[in-house]
Design a protein around this ligand. Structure first.
Ligand code: M6R
Length: 364
C-alpha cells in the first residue's frame, strides 16, 4: 500500500508533482484559465463586498494564501479564519459575502458548522474539497474538487499543494469574470502554472539536502519559522507540520514581528527557518535574518535560486526554482514538509499516526 515507501507521508509528498498536474487538468484550456464549476456571471459578483476563507489546520493555511490573492486580484476585502472561531462569534456576513470553505476530508465538524452558519446568513459558498461526495461538497453552493487522491497520513501534504493551486486558479478565474485580470497577466500565469510540476520534481530530487541538514538539528526543542506575505502563510504551515509529526515546539511568525517580542528568545541555541521566496519583500526579510544572526541564532533559509544576497546572511540555504511570486506556496511548502518528515524520522517517531491526532476531526 505504501508503494515501497517507509511512510505514507513520504509517498504522498513524492506524489506532489502528479497532484499539481491533476489539479490543473481541464482548468487551463487553449491558453486560458477556466474553472467550469464556477460558472458565475458578472452580475452574480457585482454585489460581493467581502470574501472569507474558513477552514481548520492546514486547510486554513491554504485559505490564508487565498486571502492575500483575493485582495490582490479581486480587490475585495478578504479574511481567513479558523472555523472553530468563526462559528462561535457573530460574523457580520450576508448575501453579499462569498465564503470559501476549504477541507480535504469535507467532514471536519467545525468546518461543516461554519459552512452551515454562513448559509444561514445567506452567504454564497464555494467548497475547495478533496473527498468526492463528502458533507462539505454536498452542502456548498459550488464545489471545486482538488483531485489530490486519497491522503492517508494524518499530516496533510499533497492536499495543501492542491488546495493552494485550486484556490489560486479559482481566484484568477473570478478575476477574469469581473475584468480584473488582463490578457498579458493571464498568459503569464498560464505559462508559470505549467512549470510547477517540473519545479516540484527538481525540489524532490534534492531532498537529501534537507535530510542532511536535519542531522545537525534533530535534537532541537523549539524553532521559529518566519516570513512575510505569502511566506508568512507558509511559515505557519511549516511550523504546524513540525509540531504535529516531530513534536518540536515551532512557531510561525511574521518576520517583521520578531522585534516586537520573540527576538528575546533568540540565543545561540536557536534555530530559525527563514522563508524568503516572496521577492517584493526579500530585502525586509533579509534584515530580519540579520537581527537573528546578531543574537547568535542559526538560520536555515529557503530562497529562490536568483536570490543572490541570502547566502551572505543565512547559515544554510535550500534553493528552490525561480517560481512566480504568487505561486510560491505551491512549491515552497515541499522543503518545509520534508524538513518535518526527516526531523520526525530522525527522532524515530510514528510519522503517519502522530500521537493524540486523527486524520479527520469529525467531533468538536
Ligand atoms: O480534512 P480537513 O482539511 O478539513 O482537515 C483540517 C485539519 O484537521 C487538517 O488539515 C490538520 O490540521 C492536518 N492534520 C495538518 O497536517
Amino acid at each position: 500500500q505504501k508503494g515501497g515507501f517507509k511512510h505514507f507521508m513520504l509517498k504522498e509528498i513524492l506524489e506532489e508533482p502528479d497532484v499539481i498536474v491533476e489539479a490543473l487538468r481541464g482548468r487551463i484550456k487553449n491558453g486560458e484559465i477556466e474553472i467550469p464549476e464556477l460558472d458565475f456571471d458578472k452580475n452574480y459578483f457585482k454585489n460581493i463586498n467581502q470574501v472569507y476563507f474558513v477552514a481548520c489546520g492546514t486547510a486554513y493555511h491554504a485559505g490564508l494564501v487565498g486571502k492575500y490573492l483575493v485582495e490582490k486580484y479581486l480587490n475585495i476585502p478578504a479574511q481567513a479564519e479558523v472555523a472553530s472561531e468563526f462559528r462561535y462569534r457573530n460574523p457580520v456576513i450576508d448575501e453579499r459575502t462569498l465564503v470559501f470553505v476549504v477541507s480535504q476530508s469535507g467532514e471536519t465538524a467545525d468546518t461543516l458548522a461554519a459552512l452551515r452558519l454562513a448559509k444561514e446568513k445567506k452567504a454564497k459558498t464555494i467548497g475547495i474539497v478533496n473527498v468526492v461526495g463528502s458533507s462539505v461538497a454536498r452542502e456548498v453552493d459550488k464545489v471545486v474538487y482538488i483531485h489530490a487522491g486519497p491522503e492517508i497520513a494524518v499530516a496533510s501534504t499533497k492536499a495543501y499543494v492542491a488546495q493552494v493551486e485550486v484556490i489560486t486558479l479559482s481566484i484568477l478565474h473570478l478575476a477574469k469574470i469581473i475584468d480584473k485580470l488582463n490578457e498579458a497577466n493571464e498568459k503569464l500565469f498560464v505559462e508559470e502554472f505549467q512549470k510547477l510540476e517540473g519545479f516540484a520534481r527538481e525540489i524532490l530530487e534534492n531532498k537529501e539536502e534537507i535530510a542532511s541538514f536535519v542531522s545537525t538539528t534533530k535534537n532541537i526543542e523549539e524553532t521559529f519559522f518566519i516570513g512575510r506575505n505569502l511566506d508568512y502563510a507558509l511559515s505557519l504551515e511549516g511550523a504546524l507540520k513540525l509540531k504535529e509529526i516531530a513534536y518540536v515546539h515551532a512557531e510561525g511568525y511574521p518576520a517583521g514581528e520578531l522585534k516586537h517580542g520573540p527576538l528575546a528568545l533568540i540565543t545561540p541555541n536557536s534555530l530559525v527557518i527563514a522563508i524568503d521566496t516572496f521577492t517584493p519583500l526579500s530585502d525586509k526579510t533579509i534584515s530580519n535574518i540579520k537581527e537573528v544572526k546578531a543574537r547568535g541564532g542559526k538560520v536555515l533559509a529557503i530562497a529562490k535560486k536568483d536570490n543572490t544576497r541570502i547566502k551572505e546572511v543565512a547559515d544554510s540555504v535550500f534553493y528552490i526554482p525561480n517560481v512566480l511570486d504568487d505561486l510560491t506556496p505551491i512549491i515552497t511548502v515541499i522543503p518545509l514538509q520534508l524538513f518535518a518528515y526527516y526531523m520526525a524520522d530522525a527522532r524515530g517517531l510514528d510519522i503517519d499516526k502522530p500521537r493524540n491526532l486523527a486524520k479527520s476531526v469529525t467531533v468538536e
